[in-house]
Structures are given as structure tokens and as C-alpha cells.
Design a binder for this molecule. Structure first.
Ligand code: UDX
Ligand code: UDX
Ligand code: ADP
Length: 466
């Protein structure tokens, strides 16, 4: 078997960056080059100050520090990195299509295809190409066809190696994954060799029995299925939260009671304002689109309901704020604690906070946002994408604070949108003293001690609480 000396990863984002940093640390004999067309992003990865790397993940700066400029490199020279590489990981974004056929549902494979064409054009030696981004089932076929038909006659093996890391715990997940999944052409000797090559890389730090190998389609579909199941758990508990509010049950108690059934399990049962992140909604819509294209309408409807339920949860949370504040929030100051889609990340993609802000802005509320890791720039970018919003007006209605206490001053209500740990440690008495009365807290993450807040004088509302 060929000895792997050089790995290239196209895409220096939330998946490519951390994954390659860990591979570089665990495989000091392999040179790992992460490339991206976004020069600013690459510059940040190369920043002499490691706290300035573009992605915030606990422990990531240390891992990067360990290998950067030793066997981990960040560059914008995509061609050079491809040419040198024995293995190329494709880790570019695959957002939902915003135009044409499959708009709002299908994955936009434009970026993947561009990568494939570039790899084909540049390669002069045989290569293993690994799909790391989540892709619709059978994308490997398209990749193969482009590589084989436009290449210089070199041989390509295509593997699917979906990443299961969750943001906020990326480094821990990469260091000790539940499993590593590698799909490839199991029917041919070359395919099996390619699979084994990638297995050997992971085997540097992952237990062999946690490395699964399958055919390429099973691997692609497993990734979509895992995300669909996880999202479904959140929508299921969120559906129960509304029922709890109407019946006097407490969703935390229900979650605990069902979670002790080993067949159900206790994880991923936290009721919330709704799931966000770059994967869940995109992957489910993708699954729905694929199912519909294959004529499987019942399958499509079944999974689409998970997204419908999630939209309902976000709406319900926002509508409840309006209702509680005497059916009008016009001109009222509402403080958002948290903007990221979950704690310990600066990622805001599909964050519930964006949706809740949009709802309240349409009601003419004044919003002040505090998030420990998200920049004002990013927050305005997130709102700029929404239809019918003009940024100048938004900037008048929504401001961003870097001090949480200041963000809460003179506000009518606080909405907790992200479960940052620091929110639990605030001096809530002092926050209460500086707010307008009646002062309300809407805990969209069920992290605060609502009894204590009630004792201080707050009106409190949690998710799925009687
Ligand atoms: C169920 C609950 O498991 C139990 O906790 C509750 O008290 C009563 O309802 P039961 O109906 O006896 O128990 O059987 P169960 O093992 O849950 O199976 C129910 C049905 O689901 C069966 O038809 C079974 O074949 C089917 N099933 C179960 C599957 O098709 N696939 C599975 O993975 C599990
Ligand atoms: C997810 C998958 O977990 C990961 O395996 C896959 O590789 C990428 O997608 P991620 O989006 O980073 O990871 O975060 P995750 O922890 O799954 O949370 C997704 C969303 O669900 C967040 O908004 C989170 O707040 C929400 N969530 C999660 C809940 O509301 N309740 C829960 O119990 C769990
Ligand atoms: P993910 O969460 O999947 O990692 P990101 O959006 O964080 O997604 O990262 C994807 C990265 O891929 C972006 O930084 C983007 O600039 C980069 N990218 C997209 N297309 C190409 C391409 N053809 N060549 C190089 N980089 C690309």
C-alpha cells in the first residue's frame, strides 16, 4: 500500500479546519494542507495570535498551535495543495439551493462540482478523494463521473467519510469519536485498498472497532439519517413541551422519565426554542427532496414534519413574548441573551435567535443582543439575509452590546436564546433592579432557576413548564 505523505483539505470551515488540525496532531508524519478560496479566512487561520483563528471551539487553538507550520498548513493556493496530495478531503459548504429546481430543499452542489473539476484539471498522480461535507446520496457518482471524464487519465478512488462532530465539542468529538464511518467501492480491490488507507490514518488514534466501513451509499445515507434522527428527537420533545404547558406537566420531568428507558436514552431530549445549526434543517430538507424525487411521498412528509415542528416552536416562543407583554412590543426594549445556535460556538447559522428577532422586529420591538462570542458584524449579516429587511432600519431597531448588564438595562424583557453557562452565574437581582417593571424573563433554553427569579420579582416563562 502507498505511504501517505500529503493530505489536502479543500474548505477551511467548521468541519475542515478542526478535522485537519486533529489529523495533523495525531499523524505527525503526514503534511496536512487546508486550502480555501476565502483569503481572509486563511489569514485568520495563520494569525500569529492563536486566539484569533476564525473558529471558536474549546481546545482548538491549542491543537492548531501544536502543528501549525510544522505539518499543518493553511493556504489559498488550492492547485498546489491538490497536486501534491495523496488524499484530498472535500469539505466545502453545501447549502440549501436558493434558486431553480429544488429551491429551498435540495443541496446546492455547485461548490462540490467546482472542486471536482479543479481536482480533475490539476491532478497528475492517482488520488483518493474523500467526501467530508454532508452530501445527498449518490453524490459520489457525480464526483466520479466528473473526475473520470475531465481528468488527465490519472485514477481516482472516491470515499465517503462523513463528519459527525458537533460544534462546541468539535475537538473532543474528533479525539474520541463514537465511530468513524468510511464508505467506498467495496466491490473492487482498488476500492478496498483506498478504504484501508483511510482506516489506517484514523487508526493512529481511534480504536479499530469504532471504525466502520460500508459501501459508499450506506455511508452517505447514514450521515443524513443520523442528523434526521437527532433533529427528530428535539422536535419530538418540543412537541411535548407545548402539551406540557397546556396540561401542567413539566417537560424536564417528562424527558427525565422517558430518558431512563434504555431503549430511548437520555441524550438530546432538551426542549428548547428550536434547533439551529448548519446541518439539521438542511439535511432533513435534503432527505425530503430526495424522497420526493424518488416518489416516496409518505417518507418525505414524515421527515418534513420535523422541520415544520421546529418552525412552529420558534414562532410560538416569539408570539408568547408579544402576548405576555400585553400584546404589543412596539417600541419596547427586549434583551436577547445569546445569538449563537448553541453554546460554546460562534456559529450562528440557522440560529433560532435570528428567527425570533425577525418576528419581533416585524412587531417593531427594540432588540438589544448580547452574545459572548458572536460579533455585531455577524449578527447584522444574519439579519441582512432575511427578506424585506433593510439594514439601515434594522440597525436602528437592533443593537449589540458587549456587556450583558448594560444590555439588560431599562429593558422590559429578557429572552434567553442560547444556553451559555455564564448566564446562570449573573447577578439577577441587580439585573432586575435595573429593568422596567413588570420585568419578564423568557428562558428559551430552560437553564435558569425560574423559582429563584420569581422570588426576585420577575415574571418567568420557561419552555414546557406548567
Ligand atoms: C410496548 C412498550 O415497549 C412497553 O414499554 C409498553 O409498556 C407497552 O408497549 P410491547 O407492545 O409489548 O411493549 O412490545 P414492543 O417490544 O415495544 O414492540 C411493539 C411493536 O414494535 C412490535 O410489533 C415489535 O415487533 C415492533 N418493533 C419493535 C419493531 O418493529 N422494531 C423495533 O425495533 C422494535
Ligand atoms: C449536529 C450533529 O450533532 C453532528 O453529529 C453533525 O455532524 C452536525 O450536526 P451541531 O449542529 O453542531 O451538530 O449541534 P447539535 O449539538 O447537534 O445541536 C443542534 C441544535 O439542536 C442546536 O441548536 C441545539 O441547541 C439543539 N438541541 C440539541 C436542542 O434544542 N436540544 C437538544 O437536546 C439537543
Ligand atoms: P462547514 O460547516 O461545512 O465546514 P463552512 O461554510 O464553515 O462549512 O466552510 C466551507 C468553506 O469552504 C468556506 O470557507 C468556503 O470559502 C470554502 N470553499 C467553498 N468552495 C470552495 C472551493 N471551490 N475551493 C476552496 N474553498 C472553497
Amino acid at each position: 500500500m502507498q505511504k501517505i505523505k500529503n493530505i489536502c483539505c479543500i474548505g477551511a470551515g467548521y468541519v475542515g479546519g478542526p478535522t485537519m488540525a486533529v489529523i495533523a496532531q495525531k499523524c505527525p508524519d503526514i503534511n496536512v494542507t487546508v486550502v480555501d478560496i476565502n483569503e481572509q479566512r486563511i489569514n485568520s487561520w495563520n494569525d500569529p495570535d492563536f486566539s484569533k483563528i476564525p473558529i471558536y471551539e474549546p481546545g482548538l487553538a491549542d491543537v492548531v498551535k501544536d502543528s501549525r507550520d510544522r505539518n499543518l498548513f493553511f493556504s489559498t493556493d488550492v492547485d498546489a495543495a491538490i497536486e501534491k496530495a495523496d488524499i484530498i478531503f472535500i469539505s466545502v459548504n453545501t447549502p440549501t439551493k436558493t434558486y431553480g429546481i429544488g429551491k429551498g430543499m435540495a443541496a446546492d452542489l455547485k461548490w462540490i462540482e467546482l472542486c471536482a473539476r479543479q481536482i480533475a484539471r490539476v491532478s497528475v498522480t492517482d488520488k483518493i478523494v474523500v467526501e467530508k461535507s454532508t452530501l445527498p446520496v449518490r453524490t459520489a457518482n457525480a464526483l466520479k463521473s466528473i473526475l473520470e471524464n475531465t481528468g488527465n487519465g490519472v485514477k481516482f478512488q472516491i470515499l465517503s467519510n462523513p463528519e459527525f462532530l458537533a460544534e462546541g465539542t468539535a475537538v473532543a468529538d474528533l479525539m474520541a469519536p463514537d465511530r468513524v464511518l468510511i464508505g467506498g467501492d467495496v466491490a473492487t480491490k482498488e476500492g478496498r485498498t483506498a478504504i484501508q488507507t483511510l482506516v489506517d490514518i484514523y487508526a493512529n488514534w481511534v480504536d479499530k472497532d469504532r471504525i466502520l466501513t460500508t459501501n459508499v451509499w450506506s455511508s452517505e445515507l447514514s450521515k443524513l439519517t443520523a442528523n434526521a434522527f437527532l433533529a427528530q428527537r428535539v422536535s419530538s420533545i418540543n412537541a411535548m413541551s407545548e402539551l406540557c404547558e397546556k396540561t401542567g406537566a413539566d417537560v424536564n420531568e417528562v424527558a427525565r422519565a422517558i430518558g431512563m428507558d434504555s431503549r430511548i436514552g437520555s441524550k438530546f431530549l432538551k426542549s428548547s426554542v428550536g434547533f439551529g445549526g448548519s446541518c439539521f434543517q438542511k439535511d432533513i430538507l435534503n432527505l425530503v427532496y430526495i424522497s420526493k424525487s424518488l416518489g416516496l411521498n409518505e417518507v418525505a412528509d414524515y421527515w418534513e414534519q420535523v422541520v415544520i415542528m421546529n418552525d412552529h416552536q420558534k414562532n410560538r416562543f416569539a408570539a408568547n413574548i408579544v402576548k405576555t407583554l400585553f400584546n404589543t412590543v412596539s417600541g419596547k426594549k427586549i434583551t436577547f441573551l445569546g445569538w449563537a445556535f448553541k453554546k460554546d460556538t460562534n456559529d450562528t447559522r440557522e440560529s433560532a435567535a435570528i428567527h425570533v428577532a425577525d418576528f419581533l422586529l416585524k412587531e417593531h420591538a427594540n432588540i438589544v443582543v448580547y452574545d459572548p462570542k458572536v460579533t455585531a458584524d455577524q449578527i447584522y449579516k444574519d439579519l441582512d439575509y432575511l427578506e424585506g429587511n433593510d439594514l439601515e432600519t434594522i440597525k436602528k431597531l437592533l443593537t449589540v452590546e458587549t456587556d450583558p448588564y448594560k444590555a439588560c438595562e431599562n429593558s422590559h424583557a429578557i429572552a434567553v436564546l442560547t444556553e451559555w453557562d455564564e448566564f446562570k452565574t449573573y447577578n439577577w437581582q441587580s439585573i432586575y433592579d435595573n429593568m422596567l417593571k413588570p420585568a419578564s424573563v423568557f428562558d428559551g433554553r430552560n437553564i435558569l432557576d425560574l423559582d429563584k427569579l420569581k422570588a426576585i420579582g420577575f415574571n418567568v416563562d420557561g419552555i414546557g413548564k406548567p
